[in-house]
Design a protein around this ligand. Structure first.
Ligand code: PGA
Length: 262
């Protein structure tokens, strides 16, 4: 049986837009998607604003009954207590945060996050009914040394040891060399790695989890390359950074089915 996976287009805002800008952006995004009669059942859309914006975004989304989802860009592996500066999954959950990104390469690079910590964060998300968006990917040096899939597969393998098969997760393959560089992976390259990642999920969590889990590609996704990624069997959406802050461009990415011509 073929499992239908609803494509997910996720906008990672990184450290951009304050809460007032976030309200204006989400409002305009919603209007634009309404204008193009976007069907959220066909393609799910989520935004990942900074922590300080989440309450404002939640109030807008729930007040106006928007079909957009939102998530945090990180969360603590701890529930509560003496962890200055951290934000718990329980707090995010009570704010209605559907997702939380864990293990983004910028967290790995600037905050030294390890796969063990990222696994603990993913488990903390699941415990609080938040779907973790688990990021993995190789640097340019890893690529030269080990080829495309060895490093992301190894990262995911370790992270999955913290999870059980019932947990809903999303995996994002983001080659570090492709992030913010304008140099996206080729669809064939991305498909090869995403196929390997699906096998890793099958090994770690079983075939049902592998069939159900959405695997996103991220790294210089734009409206002119999204369709080529979405044609691939193992790519179920995109984690979009820079282009998610450009309203019209993001709407065009969300509308990828129009470019695919199906
Ligand atoms: P980019 O970022 O789309 O700007 O390359 C992707 C990401 O970091 O998630």
């Amino acid at each position: 049986m073929v499992t239908q996976r609803t494509p997910l287009i996720a906008g990672n805002w990184k450290m951009n837009l304050d809460h007032l800008q976030a309200i204006a952006f989400v409002q305009k995004l919603s209007w634009s998607l309404t204008d193009v009669a976007h069907d959220f059942e066909q393609v799910e859309v989520a935004v990942f604003p900074p922590f300080t914006d989440l309450r404002s975004v939640q109030t807008l989304i729930s007040g106006d009954k928007l079909e957009l989802r939102f998530g945090a860009q990180d969360l603590s592996q701890h529930e509560s207590g003496a962890y200055t500066g951290e934000v718990s999954g329980a707090f995010l959950s009570s704010l209605g945060s559907h997702y939380a990104i864990v293990g983004h390469s910028e967290r790995r690079q600037y905050h030294g996050e390890t796969d063990a910590e990222i696994g603990a964060k993913a488990a903390a998300a699941v415990k609080n009914n938040i779907v973790p968006v688990i990021c993995v990917g190789e640097t340019a040096e890893d690529l030269a040394e080990h080829g495309p899939s060895a490093v992301p597969a190894g990262q995911l393998r370790e992270i999955l040891t913290s999870l059980t098969p019932e947990a809903e997760i999303v995996v994002a393959y983001e080659p570090v060399w492709a992030i913010g560089s304008g140099q996206a992976a080729t669809p064939e390259q991305a498909e090869e790695v995403c196929g390997v990642l699906r096998e890793v999920i099958a090994e770690g969590l079983g075939d049902d989890a592998a069939a159900a889990t959405r695997i996103l590609y991220g790294g210089s996704v734009k409206s002119d390359n999204i369709a080529s990624f979405m044609r691939e069997t193992n790519i179920d959406g995109a984690l979009v950074g820079g282009a998610s802050l450009q309203l019209e461009e993001f709407v065009r990415i969300v509308q990828f089915k129009k470019h695919v011509g199906v």
